[in-house]
Design a protein around this ligand. Sequence first.
Ligand SMILES: [Zn+2]
Length: 238
Amino acid sequence: MNVGEEQQQQVAGTGNGVQRCTVVVVIDPGHGDSHDESTTIDPGAVGGGLNEADVVLDISKLLKGKLAAKTDLIESVHLTREGNVDNPSQERLLWRQQVAVAKKCDVFLSLHLNANEKTSANGKEVFYNHKSSNKAESAKFAATLFAAYKLPIAERKPPVKTEGLSVLATYPWTSRKLGKVRDATIFQSVKAAALFELGFVSNDGDRKAVVDNKDNIAGWLCDGICSYVSANRAILCV
Ligand SMILES: [Zn+2]
């Protein structure tokens, strides 16, 4: 038994170590199903020659490495994709949730870069779904992440309530584009979920700040996740 396991068992409160506290984190690098505009269904934003999908994948891999070292707090960490995913076997966006559920995810974080045709639009935003079954924990998680993220760009507003992001939904969700209901009830097993827009890829200042600070961003997000997990283990370890 290593120190991490011992601590986890103590938190689980079984007294004799029969049950371990296991917190599983899944990081979702947004988009990335294809960069071919003729076939892609979810390309993500492009700005200054940079693809959102590629930048968030780089940061997600760095974040995975940092979280994997936190063995006293986190049992395992997974990515929903390790590269571009061509022809995903599942419906658009829902396959991300299915990866999380398959990994028995407790804490889910989707990473994105924002974009706007007004190139002056800038800043960081974090979203959580206030209609989902995990809304209370997700609100706490989003607030902790927002506080931990130190990139020196504008703060657009504190954590934003939304029900418009299917990847955070825990209920049947209707796509305005595709016009059909997806059953996202599988995601109810996830205890906290948030989506972070790390900055605007369409804004020169934000884009440079993000690209120049990929490792720092991964570190701040790691701090936020660990801080949330550490403060909420009684809830996460059931
Ligand atoms: Zn995005």
